[in-house]
Design a protein around this ligand. Sequence first.
Ligand code: TYM
Length: 337
Amino acid sequence: MSKQTFFSGVQPSGNLHIGNYFGAIKNWVDIQEEYNAICCVVNLHAITVPQNPEELNQKTIEVAKLYIAAGLDPAKVTIFRQSDIPQHTELMWLLNTITKTGELFKMTQFKDKSGIQNSEDNTKISIGAGLLNYPILMAADILLYDANLVPVGEDQTQHIEITRTLARRFNKKFSKEEDVFTIPNIYTSPAGKKIMALDNPLKKMSKSAEAVNSRIEILDEPEVIKKKIMKATTDSENKIYYSDKPEKAGLRNLLNIFSIITDATPEQIAENYQDKGYGDLKKDLAEAMVSYLQPIQDKFNSISDEEILNIFIQSKSTLLPQTQAKITQVKKVMGLE
Ligand code: TYM
C-alpha cells in the first residue's frame, strides 16, 4: 500500500523557537518514516507582512537548515521553498473564487495581525489583502498535494478547518466521478501543541513578539537560554505541583516543556520537585534544555547554504510534475482547460 502524505510548513519570519519545534517540526521528524513527507518553507506567507528581501532569502535557507538539524532526512523528506512551485499561487486563485470574505474576516490570526479587533485605532487600518487571503494560500498548499495529515500547533486549527471547508465545497461543486481534493486531518501533539510565552504564560510563544525573553529560540546560546528560563514568569505560591489553575499557568508551561525533553510526564516531574523551589526547577530545566538543543545547533552549523540551495533545486524538479498534474485536473473540472 502506498504511504499517506503529510504536508506542513513554517514561515521564514523571525527566529524559530521551541514552540515551532515542539508544536510542529518535532512531530514531522517523529512520523517521517510512516508518511510521504512534504515540508515547505512558506516564504509566500511570510510576505503578508513587510520583510527585508535579503533577510527573507537568508531566513528561508535557515529554516530549511533547521528542518534537517531537527532530524528530517532530506533523502526521504521533500524539503522545498513555497515560491519555487507556482501552482501554490495558481491554486490559491482558483480557491479564492469559492471562498467567502466573511470566512476570512473571522480568522483569529487575521484579527490579531491586522489589529482589526481594535477598529477605533485608525493607525492600524492599512492592512494588506495578503493577510486576509492568507488562509486560502494555506489551503492551496495542503490541497495541492492531497495531504491526508497536517501536523501543526493548535493555533493553526482554524486554518485547517477552512481548508477542509474549501475542499468539501469544491468537491461538491465541481467533482465528477471522484473527488478532486482529499480532506486533510489536523495532527497536534498533546504536550507540544501550545507552548506559552515565558514572560506571559497566558499568551502563546511567538516569533513576532517584541520581548525576546518571551521565547527560547532554537539557536540561542546556552547562557541566553539559562537567563530566559531563570526569568520565566511563575507565581508567588512557590509550590511545585501540576495544575490547571490559571495562576499556575507559568509553572505548568515549564513542566510541560520539561516533560517533552525528558519523556517523563509533567506530573512526575512536579512530584520530583515537590520539596524544592522554582529556582531549582528552572536551573535543571535550563541545563536540560541546553543539552537538548546542543546537537540541533551543532548539526545546523555543519550545513552549508549551498547544500540547501541544491535541495531546493532537486525538490522543485521532483514536485513540479505532480503539482502541474493536479492543477490540470482542477482546471479541467472548472472548465478552464
Ligand atoms: P508559523 O510559521 O507561525 O509556525 C510554524 C509552526 O509552529 C507552530 N507553533 C506553535 N506550536 C506550539 N506552540 C507555539 N507557541 C507555537 N507557535 C507556533 C504553528 O502552529 C505551526 O505549525 N500558517 C502557518 C504556516 C503554513 C502551513 C501551511 C502549515 C503555511 N502553509 C500548510 C501547515 C500546512 C504558520 O504561520 O506557521
